[in-house]
Unconditional design. Sequence first.
Length: 278
Amino acid sequence: MRNPVLLISAFAFIALVSSGNVQAHAGDHRTLAELDAIIKKSPAEPALLVARGALYSRSGQWDKAERDLRLAETLGNKEDVAFEFGRLYYRRGDNQKALGYIDTYLGAYPKYPPAFLLRARAAGEAEQFDIANESYYTYFSLSPDPQPGEYLAAAQLLASIKPAGINNALALLDMAIARLGLNPQLQRYAMQLELRRDDTEGALDRWYSLEDQLGGTPEWGITLARVLILADSFDEARLAVETVKDRLISLRQTPARKAAGETIARLERQLAEVQTNH
């Protein structure tokens, strides 16, 4: 049984198609022209039709994509074409149909990581959370190089599932950080989740862990001040605000600096109100 993803990778321009990137590329038109010329010489090669169908799919030419994939299916077998059908219907927003094709593909190729990632995304959008969760974890166990954004998407999905969603999302984020290293994007979201479960101490611990990476930035100090206010640590919050103000003085005037200054002014007013009320 031939796996189209492996066959496609045998051609340099087809390798681009199988990358999994859902965005259209400027070189797609040239690649399509090259494929058209080759398909004229080898019209019965399913892998070439799958490759062209994938390019059509990526560029939003749904009908042309389906035509090529249907023809490839008749010339090869449905399992080999199912992954691209799954991507096609996922892009079209038909998640149920996408899931059917992905499951067909996984029945033949049960250890292909991109198929599990696609399954997780389609199931999540279809609100089939158990399937999405299981698919994400399988993807992470099989993939040699999962990306922070993939863990973030999985955590966001988990966090939306009650009652234990936030706890499960935090466990996944900690697993990701243990594997990938301390990542600001992941730790920032974990801090937000700690605040959602009213754990200001946990949020502070996570934010302080990023001090070596972000501690010199106004964003870090502003976020620290906000969390300290939530934790009723007003003196420490004032110190964080003053530190940011000192740093802003040395920065040139930009829209970001202006926005940071306005945020600091709001935090100062908030702290003044707290002092008045106490």
